[in-house]
Write a protein that binds this ligand. Structure first.
Ligand SMILES: CN1c2c(nc(N)[nH]c2=O)NC[C@@H]1CNc1ccc(C(=O)N[C@@H](CCC(=O)N[C@@H](CCC(=O)N[C@@H](CCC(=O)O)C(=O)O)C(=O)O)C(=O)O)cc1
Ligand SMILES: N[C@@H](CCS)C(=O)O
Ligand SMILES: [Zn+2]
Length: 756
């Protein structure tokens, strides 16, 4: 059996690409210098894969910002507003990614969305009627040749035609159907070019196929690939799926002339059944995704080999692979100097997964049952040290139905809180974090390295908090925040303070563009050691008469942005985390914090891709977990929650059932579509749809914000509307933050003058 990788991480093991790109943004290096760094990263990781013996090594999995954006540029999807800037090709590319505000003009970025059920975000390309969809770029060919010059034959990876068309945003009158011929033409030309270059395989990524598909979807898929495959040359085509199984279209896939089909045996609950019950055609390769590309636990060889055995029995020509791109896991354990062996022995990051593929390949070729490497691996799954805590398990077992219900019910609380807080109409607030400027990060780094004392570390953060409170008062915001200066990340920060967690030094995973996160690892049962945020929040509250929001991350988000355990259910882990956060909520309340925001930024992210699983597999425990966190507070205490993405139109009732008092969410990049759903569903929770996009350095004008608010008022009753940015301000600079918030407050005042 041979081995294959779907895609590799790309920011660099030490985030070299991130640092180079940000230097380019600051005009500290040229486009050529940025490309040099990119080339070095590609070279290094192609060689790592080659040296590990991977048979199918991907190319064009690399990106300076995002693969969907690359695919848009490849196919000439560059809206006129970006072309009109008249800037260089790379600045046009980054204008689409981040927006542009400067001498050449002022344009917003493409929307950004979660890549299926991951914490990676892709750019949503916009196509309008004037755009001619055609093969226009050369990136996949250039990178293929670059690898070839290094002596490495790669398998170029391109977002597949179906997934690409499904994820585009159509802003003109045309729909996906109208582009089928053009897409077939463009992909056929792409294949012809690869054929001429000597490529043996091309991988088309089609994760969209793991959704529930309609008859129209399937017919679009068939139409696209009948067309593309009809122009096939010698280059072989791999249809690669991931993030689930393809139960709605397995037979349709097999009926088409693909040379290889990639299926996910980790997240695809029905994959094995689909293959064993329906068979797999002779003469084609099955790329079996058996090594988890999303989590960091070592592969259980015995389990995997038994799947491979079943495929062998059916005489299926199998390639052993990862379940999805390794983009979602850190680079390597080699850079972890602090984690003891007793823990690391259980983990495999991207590079270690290459070793796993090699071991599985070796084992699958021999009588594996007696192999030493197998015994060693099996021992890891017998028991793990330090992971069980009887007290935590007992507390979880004692939770009863009443613990999920907050009383009095919403409308009574709403009236009590209006009386209690006396906030003006359309209250203004922010989402929590203020700019994580270089001095803030340097303070944290110095403390971590032992260069300053704890007292110095705290004193610095207190100064920042005081300045932040003063700034918010000057700007005239109504509900203040302390700025989150003490947090490296909204999840890692809590992970570091909870029993049951481990963390890495360099376990970076790309979240979007140049932004990375370092997901903590849930090793064992989780509990709170001591209050985690109370001192920061009470200090901030002591500086102002205005309400200071306590700021916590919710249990579902903590779970979703950590690497979860696989030995207990996600539900059980979440319950443990919920109890820890509940304790923190009650401590904040007891210490005079009257408004507490519990961020559930990632709640939508792990909603199962198939509708039939939404409640049974997820919402039935995720929503109660949030309720468990806040059900113990008094009527006067106002509970806020925040979600980064507004794609919850379809689960709007579940969101309302979280029973928060106020929810703030991203809306500005998605044309406020969510507003209709709020109105139609008679959403009870007070809402603050974000009035400007914080992912871009643009400063929104008062008029722009006011017009967003006017639109909101058409759908949301005035007594329920809050005014706030999209998300936290940690990635922004100080000057643009002040200017944007001043405009936000000015727009809210105009709204009050006109409506009250
Ligand atoms: C809200 N979002 C979040 C998501 N997931 C999370 N886990 N957290 C989130 O907040 N998903 C959806 C969105 C994604 N949005 C973002 C936004 C911004 C970032 C981001 O800015 N990430 C930072 C890294 C943040 C961090 O952990 N910083 C640490 C470490 C700082 C550092 O780089 N230290 C250096 C040493 C420096 C020195 O001076 O010596 C090092 O460790 O090498 C900290 O501040 O302490 C980023 O830079 O990408 C992410 C997601
Ligand atoms: N409170 C967090 C939420 C981000 S989703 C912040 O402001 O950064
Ligand atoms: Zn957010």
């Amino acid at each position: 059996m041979r081995t294959s990788i779907i895609g590799y991480p790309r920011v660099g093991a030490l985030r070299e690409l991130k640092f180079a790109t940000e230097k380019y943004f600051r005009a500290e290096i040229s486009a050529d210098e940025l490309q040099n760094t990119a080339r070095e990263i590609r070279k290094k990781q192609w060689n790592i894969q080659k040296d590990s013996g991977v048979d199918f090594i991907p190319s064009n999995d690399f990106s300076l910002y995002d693969n969907m954006l690359d695919t848009a540029v490849l196919f000439n999807i560059i809206p006129e507003r970006y072309v009109a800037l008249g800037v260089s090709a790379s600045d046009t590319y980054f204008a689409m990614a981040r927006g542009y505000q400067g001498e050449a003009g002022d344009v917003k970025a493409f929307a950004m969305k979660k890549w299926f059920n991951t914490n990676y975000h892709y750019m949503v390309p916009e196509i309008d009627d004037n755009i001619e969809l055609k093969l226009a770029g050369t990136k996949p060919f250039d990178e293929y040749e670059e690898a070839k010059e290094l002596g490495i034959q790669t398998k170029p990876v391109v977002v597949g035609a179906f997934t690409f068309l499904k994820l585009l945003r159509y802003v003109g009158s045309k729909t996906a159907e109208d582009y089928t011929e053009a897409v077939i033409g463009a992909y056929s030309e792409l294949l012809a070019r690869f054929n001429n270059l000597g490529a043996e395989w091309v991988q088309f990524d089609e994760p969209y196929l793991v959704h529930d598909l309609s008859a129209e979807d399937i017919s679009l898929f068939e139409k696209l690939y009948s067309g593309i495959l009809s122009s096939k040359n010698e280059v072989k085509i791999l249809l690669q799926t991931y993030f689930g199984d393809v139960r709605d279209c397995y037979r349709n896939i097999l009926a088409l002339d693909f040379d290889g089909v990639g299926l996910d045996f980790v997240e695809g609950r029905k994959t094995l059944d689909l293959v064993t019950e329906n068979g797999f055609p002779e003469g084609r390769l099955l790329f079996a995704g058996v090594v988890n590309g999303k989590n960091i636990w070592k592969n259980n060889y015995k389990k995997t080999l038994s799947i491979l055995e079943e495929l062998k029995k059916k005489e299926i020509d199998t390639v052993i692979g990862t379940s999805c791109s390794l983009l979602h896991v850190p680079y390597t354990l080699k850079n972890e100097t602090k984690l003891p062996e007793k823990y690391t022995a259980h983990f495999a990051f991207a590079e270690e997964k290459l070793t796993e593929l090699a071991a599985l390949k070796m084992l699958s070729e021999c009588d594996w049952t007696g192999a030493g490497v197998l015994q060693e691996n099996a021992a890891l799954f017998v028991d793990r040290p330090d992971c069980r805590d009887a007290e935590v398990q007992e507390r979880v077992a004692k939770i009863d139905e009443n613990d999920f219900v907050r009383l009095p019910e919403f409308s009574t609380r709403e009236a009590i809180q209006k009386e209690w807080f006396h906030l003006p109409p359309f209250p203004t607030t922010t989402i929590g974090s203020f700019p994580q400027t270089a001095d803030v990060k340097a303070n944290r780094t110095a403390f971590r390295k032992g260069e300053i004392t704890e007292a110095q570390y705290i004193a610095f953060n207190r100064q920042k908090i005081a300045a932040c409170v003063e700034q918010q008062e000057e700007i005239g915001l109504d509900v203040l925040v302390h700025g989150e200066y003490e947090r490296n990340d909204m999840v890692e920060y809590f992970g570091e303070q909870l029993n049951g967690y481990l963390f890495t030094e360099k376990g970076w995973v790309q979240s979007y563009g140049t932004r990375c996160v370092k997901p903590p690892l849930i090793w064992g049962d989780v509990s709170r050691i001591k209050p985690m945020t109370v001192e920061w929040s009470t200090y901030a509250q002591s500086l102002t008469e205005k309400p200071m929001k306590g700021m916590l991350t919710g249990p579902v988000t903590i779970l979703n942005w950590s690497f979860p355990r696989e030995d207990i259910s996600l539900k059980e882990s979440t319950c443990q985390i919920a109890l820890a956060i509940r304790d923190e909520v009650l401590d904040l309340e007891a210490n005079g914090i009257g408004i507490i925001q519990v961020d559930e930024a990632a709640l939508r992210e792990k909603l199962p891709l198939r509708k039939s699983d939404w409640y049974s597999e997820y919402l039935d425990w995720a929503i109660p977990a949030f309720r468990l966190v806040h059900s113990g507070v008094k009527a006067e205490t106002q509970i806020h929650t925040h979600m980064c993405y507004s794609e919850f139109t379809d689960i709007i009732q579940a969101i309302d059932d979280m029973d928060a008092d106020v929810i703030t969410f991203e809306a500005s990049r998605s044309d406020l579509l969510i507003l209709d759903a709020l109105k139609e569903n008679d959403f009870k929770t007070e809402v603050g749809p974000g009035v400007y996009d914080i992912h871009s350095p643009r400063v929104p004008s008062i008029q722009e914000i006011k017009s967003a608010l006017d639109k909101m008022l058409k759908k949301i009753s005035p007594e329920k509307l809050w005014v706030n940015p999209d998300c936290g301000l940690k990635t922004r600079g100080t000057a643009e933050t002040t200017a944007s918030l001043e405009n936000l407050v000015a727009a809210a005042k105009e709204l009050r003058n006109e409506n009250c």
